[in-house]
Write a protein that binds this ligand. Structure first.
Ligand code: ATP
Ligand code: MG
Length: 552
């Protein structure tokens, strides 16, 4: 885009900070919890955080928010790194919140020493009951009266493994009457005897999110800590911890999370789809994960373009998945090689064509003059799409029908002379004649036809498997519908069909992008073998759903 884009609200804040000299340079971070694969919502956050780092000559850290030992795994760590790099971004540092466990423990001790934290023996039910409600203040229990010495000793014993899970917690001593429930003496450490993917069995107490996140930001000197809107009520606690601990003043800014139509985007739900085998894995091409989209053939550039187009909002909204598909199409149109594939073949015999075969050049991509040609074998027996032929066509039917002419793409004009039927009267083919002077590129026939068909030479057609994907959910917003979101799964989200491709397809690799003429965009799937080529339909040529809606 050539025209100057207006700044989003976070850019405005940053430019102000840089102008007034509050910071010399900015430092952002992307803080995934390694408990699942990244999805398109994360891509939004990645593009924002890394994009700001690049735009303002700052830096961006990758920090794994790994304070919950039970759900985290190194498989997820590896996939997250792969996906961020694939999206085109590089982190300044790779950090782990678990690297800060010693430091965070010290911070907790500091709070205790300041009389700002206490060990509570209450059960989680008791703590919940004493918390009050948004309209009713909470009440403090007797444990809040413990002395600093007692708290120091108990907290150390918690760390030493003297107590069982849930037996005690450490709470910040703030205000049980604060209208913000997060400020009512929040739990900041809990006991969890669990193996951690990095610290292994060193710890049996783990900091809560609110005691780890802001402090981790501060330890790294993050200037702008960007998160989604649901963290607005956490901000006072974020600021409180930094203020009381007198550490680097990182600041939190919130933007609206990305929600997409016909998609669920919580890792918990995506994990269910994987575990219950509604999809084949995290990288199933129907999944809204980065790895699923990559396998489906989406380009990183399309995802970045999409994230850029939707902008940064301050209010939650639902973005139409068609916009993402539009970005995917727009990019593929520029880079995809054109290929001819017939899905439901009808045999055409060209009666006046010699027994020999010729090779006809056809452009790889008319949008890219540097892409060159490939050669299409042509002979007297070719395949066309069954639905490009009609025995008794209506008016204004420009495809093949008895007595009518069409152009075969990159080849000749043919005329249908006769329908061929079997004993039951089913159409099995058509006999045509061709016009030798009408060869594409050197056409001197003077004939102009309205229809151009794709085709493949019958003797050279390569049988392929094509996986046609549709939306994984039948309703616009499956995450908010009544009942279980899985009740809204589209049972027809995968259709496997056969195709007959031109022989140049044999050199396809998973890196190549194709447009099958008049059909859509496709890429080779990793499930392919030397014997069997499997293609994913990345996206159709047009938005079929928009048409459905218009038809009513
Ligand atoms: P989920 O709800 O899908 O499990 P999460 O917020 O728990 O997501 P994290 O790994 O904690 O997942 O997220 C890492 C970063 O990505 C956070 O800063 C989070 O705010 C951001 N993020 C997650 N989902 C979205 C989304 N849908 N839109 C924008 N940013 C998101
Ligand atoms: Mg989270």
């Amino acid at each position: 885009m050539s025209e100057e884009k207006s700044l989003n609200f976070i850019e405005e804040i940053i430019e102000e900070h840089l102008k007034e000299g509050k910071y010399q340079s900015i430092l952002t971070r992307f803080p995934p919890e390694p408990n699942g694969y990244l999805h398109i919502g994360h891509a939004k956050s990645i593009c924002l955080n890394f994009g700001l780092g690049i735009k303002y000559n700052g830096k961006t850290n990758l920090r794994f928010d790994d304070t919950n030992p039970v759900t985290e795994d190194t498989e997820y760590v590896d996939s997250i790194k792969e996906d961020i790099q694939w999206l085109g971004f590089n982190w300044a540092n790779e950090f782990y919140a678990s690297d800060y466990f010693d430091k965070l423990y010290e911070f907790a001790v500091t709070l205790i020493k300041k009389g700002l934290a206490y060990v509570d023996d209450s059960t989680s039910e008791e703590i919940a009951a004493q918390k009050g409600s948004p309209t009713q203040p909470g009440t403090r229990n007797i444990y809040a009266e413990r002395t600093i010495e007692e708290n120091l000793q108990l907290f150390e014993e918690m760390k030493a493994g003297k107590y069982t899970d849930g037996e005690k917690v450490l709470r910040a001593k703030i205000d049980m009457t604060d209208p913000n429930m997060h400020m009512r003496d929040p739990i900041i450490y809990r006991i969890k005897h669990a193996h951690h993917h990095r610290t292994e069995d060193k710890w049996c107490i783990y900091p809560m999110y609110d005691f780890a996140h802001g402090q981790s930001d501060s330890i790294e000197n993050i200037t702008h800590s960007i998160c989604t809107l649901e963290f607005i009520p956490h901000r006072p606690l974020y600021d409180w911890c930094i203020e009381k601990l007198e550490i680097f003043p990182s600041r939190q800014y919130e933007f609206a999370r990305l929600n997409l139509t016909y998609t669920v985007m919580s890792k918990r739900k995506l994990l269910q789809l994987v575990n219950e085998e509604h999809v084949t894995g995290w990288d199933d091409p129907r999944m809204p994960t980065i790895s699923g989209m990559r396998r489906r053939g989406y380009a990183a550039a399309s995802i970045r373009d999409f994230c850029d187009r939707i902008g940064i909002a301050k209010r939650d909204n639902l973005i139409d998945v068609s916009l993402l598909e539009f970005c995917v199409r727009e990019h593929l149109n520029k880079v995809a090689y054109r290929r001819m594939v017939v899905f439901d073949p009808l045999k055409i015999t060209i009666t006046n064509y010699p027994e020999s075969k010729e090779l006809l050049p056809s452009e790889n991509n008319p949008e890219d003059i540097t892409s060159g040609n490939r050669e299409m074998p042509f002979s007297k027996e070719i395949l066309i799409e069954r639905d490009d032929f009609m025995e008794n066509p209506p008016k204004k039917y420009f495809r093949l029908a008895p007595g009518q002419m069409v152009r075969l793409k990159s080849a000749y004009i043919i005329k249908c002379e006769e329908v061929v039927k079997d004993a039951e009267g089913n159409i099995t083919g058509a006999k045509c004649t061709y016009i030798p002077k009408s060869k594409s590129g050197s056409d001197t026939s003077g004939i102009s036809v309205k229809g151009t068909l794709h085709w493949v030479n019958a003797a050279d057609a390569v049988e392929i498997e094509v996986r046609e994907y549709d939306r994984l959910f039948k309703v616009e917003n499956p995450g908010v519908e009544e009942g279980d979101f899985k009740d809204y799964i589209n049972a027809n989200s995968l259709k496997i069909v056969k195709g007959f491709a031109e022989p140049s397809i044999l050199s396809a690799t998973t890196k190549d992008r194709f447009q099958f003429l008049r059909k859509g965009y496709y890429c080779l799937d990793k499930d392919s073998t030397a014997e069997k080529f499997i293609f994913n339909r990345t996206v159709t040529l047009k938005d079929a759903w928009a048409k459905e809606v218009k038809k009513g």
